[in-house]
Design a protein around this ligand. Structure first.
Ligand code: ATP
Length: 211
């Protein structure tokens, strides 16, 4: 069975930078990727689109292919979404043997030792660090100590074990951000070639971003 990889984000809206990174991770790891829209906690700036709207955008964006899927469990769960709780939930669903990979951007990974119960993450999943060529982040001593013995380069090893490894996943750097797309839509411009075509074909999907 293929590994399951999780790609989280606010996806406000989902764009080709997200989709290309998720697709490259799916191919590199030979995994099924689940795009997991995040619930935004009350102390964070709210997303422009509601959870239901972000989900509809993601569903439209994923049409016509079968490697990237949507997983709405964080939208459905009340209270704060800690990755460790999400992974525990997934582990219960997938069983003890299935290879499970949490994909995180290199920037987010550099701050992993500030995540809630972060050391438990390695007992539940592998971590795939989405890296862009030439980019190196600073890691704390605690993070280095936890990660170095877990680092692997061979995807085969990741497929053969349910959790516990850290692997770099190279992805193409596309300079696309949801905030820049929101600004373009608010200014009445059309972010064609930054968003999947399906989102532009149905004008109602993007109305929430237009002023
Ligand atoms: P915003 O501009 O609102 O901050 P964003 O475009 O960064 O949003 P998020 O939903 O916050 O989108 O990102 C979800 C995940 O996708 C994060 O792990 C982020 O690092 C990654 N990501 C965002 N943009 C890109 C991109 N252009 N290429 C690859 N990964 C990306």
């Amino acid at each position: 069975m293929k590994p399951v990889a999780i790609f989280g984000g606010t996806f406000d809206p989902v764009h080709l930078g997200h989709l290309r990174a998720a697709w490259e991770a799916a191919e590199y790891l030979d995994a099924d990727v689940r795009m997991m829209p995040a619930r935004v906690p009350p102390h964070r700036p709210p997303t422009r689109a509601s959870a239901a709207q972000r989900e509809a955008l993601l569903r439209a964006a994923l049409e016509g292919q079968d490697r990237l899927h949507i997983d709405t469990r964080e939208l459905l769960r009340e209270g704060p979404s800690y990755s460790v709780d999400t992974l525990r939930d997934l582990r219960a669903e997938l069983g003890a043997q299935r290879s499970l990979v949490l994909l995180v951007g290199a920037d987010a990974f550099a701050g992993l030792d500030r995540w809630d119960r972060w050391k438990q993450l390695f007992e539940l999943a592998h971590i795939g660090v989405l890296t862009r060529p030439g980019l190196r982040s600073e890691h704390s001593a605690a993070l280095r100590e936890a990660v170095e013995p877990r680092r692997i380069e061979d995807c085969e090893r990741l497929r053969g074990a349910p959790q516990g490894f850290v692997i770099d996943v190279p992805v193409t750097a596309l300079d696309i951000s949801a905030s820049a797309i929101r600004a373009q839509l608010a200014a009445g411009r059309v972010p064609r070639y930054l968003l999947p075509e399906a989102l532009l074909r149905d004008p109602a999907l993007l109305n929430v971003y237009r002023d």
